[in-house]
Ligand binder design. Structure first.
Ligand SMILES: [Zn+2]
Ligand SMILES: [Zn+2]
Length: 340
């Protein structure tokens, strides 16, 4: 079978690999589509894992199930999550699934951009499900990214009518716009420096957009909101500078959601006196768990998020390097998929 393996940021090779053999509790999936994640194009993040088979947003069809598998059968169209929790440790009991040791160590084999995927028993039982008939395989690839936004907005609750500022309008920023509206946001403001993305944000329901290449974000926000700023600021770009900027845009009583990490070791200088007297909270949100993937599936079923809206480019596996470069460039594209 063909796989796309990353050796370094600029070295992605299509290689032949052995089709994995499922054990009694595992399943073998024939991959039908897999998303390229914007998180995978942070060089420091992906290169520390290299060499690896790319992709953690696959959907596909079960073509073989082990003798002990009862919940799935051959022919099932499925979403499978690359990590799954144990449901019994102290983290899982509090719903902190992504902190679970099993979640951290579990993985689909060899990865999503592979013609076949072995889904180990724990992933199969604890975060794999059959796609509703109304969802295409392409929609299925959006379950994991949508679930990351679901988790973030679960942690940073939107109160009906809140003004939400979303910094960074790649595919995750767009999903945050669509979900913020669904969860009751009043005014939604998007910020980016790429015209294509600013236009798309308006198309997806943002009330205003701010071109950060043309002027100061905070000043423009103050102008648009007549001094009010935003109750929730979602920071997409992975830098301490963006986080600092995000914090400066929060209205007293509000919160900032750090949706991505900064580079390891990067420092953010805070003014605790200002944060304290203005009751400003900082919320983080890393990845997603089984509650979030199910909620994401429902939202996609309702049409809030769909491949029709977000997928802008499709590539065969042979062109994975091109899909990766396009995602890294972060310009006139949203979601790129590898189609099998
Ligand atoms: Zn992802
Ligand atoms: Zn656990």
């Amino acid at each position: 079978m063909k796989v796309a393996r990353l050796y370094s940021f600029n070295d992605i090779r299509i290689e032949e690999s052995q089709v994995p053999e499922p054990g009694p509790g595992d399943a073998l999936v024939r991959t039908r589509a897999c998303g390229i994640c914007s998180g995978d194009v942070m060089p420091w993040y992906i290169e520390k894992k290299a060499p690896l088979v790319l992709g953690h947003e696959p959907s596909g069809e079960i073509i073989a199930a082990g003798s002990e598998v009862r919940s799935f059968k051959k022919g099932d169209r499925v979403f499978t999550h690359h990590h799954a929790p144990c449901f019994s440790c102290k983290y899982c009991r509090r719903g902190d699934h992504v902190q679970c040791a099993t979640w951290r160590s579990s993985r689909i084999i060899p990865g999503g951009v592979s013609e076949y995927i072995l889904v180990p028993a724990v992933n199969l039982e604890n975060d794999t499900f059959v796609l509703p008939e109304s969802l295409s395989f392409e929609d299925g690839t959006l379950i994991e990214p949508t679930a990351c936004a679901v988790k973030g907005l679960r942690r940073a609750k939107i109160i009906q009518g809140d003004t939400v500022l979303i910094i960074g309008l790649g595919v995750m920023g767009m999903i945050n716009i669509l979900l913020a509206r669904e969860y009751g946001a009043g005014r939604i403001i998007g910020a980016d420096m790429v015209n294509y993305r600013l236009d798309k944000a308006l198309e997806f329901g943002a009330d205003n957009v701010i071109d950060v290449a043309a002027g100061d974000l905070r000043e423009e926000l103050l102008r648009i909101t007549e001094g009010d700023m935003a109750e929730l600021v979602i920071v997409g770009p992975n830098s301490a500078e963006s986080m600092r900027m995000g914090l400066s845009c929060v209205r007293p009583g509000g919160q900032t959601l750090f949706f991505t990490p900064a580079k390891p070791g990067e420092k953010l200088i805070l003014d605790p006196n200002y944060l304290y007297f203005n009751d400003i909270n900082i919320i983080t949100s890393y990845s997603c768990g089984p509650d979030d993937t199910r909620e994401a599936c429902k939202l996609i079923g309702k049409g809030v998020v769909s491949a029709g809206k977000l997928v802008t480019h499709r590539f065969p596996i042979e062109e994975t390097g091109e899909a990766f470069r396009l995602t890294a460039k972060a310009e006139n594209s949203l979601k790129s998929l590898i189609i099998f």
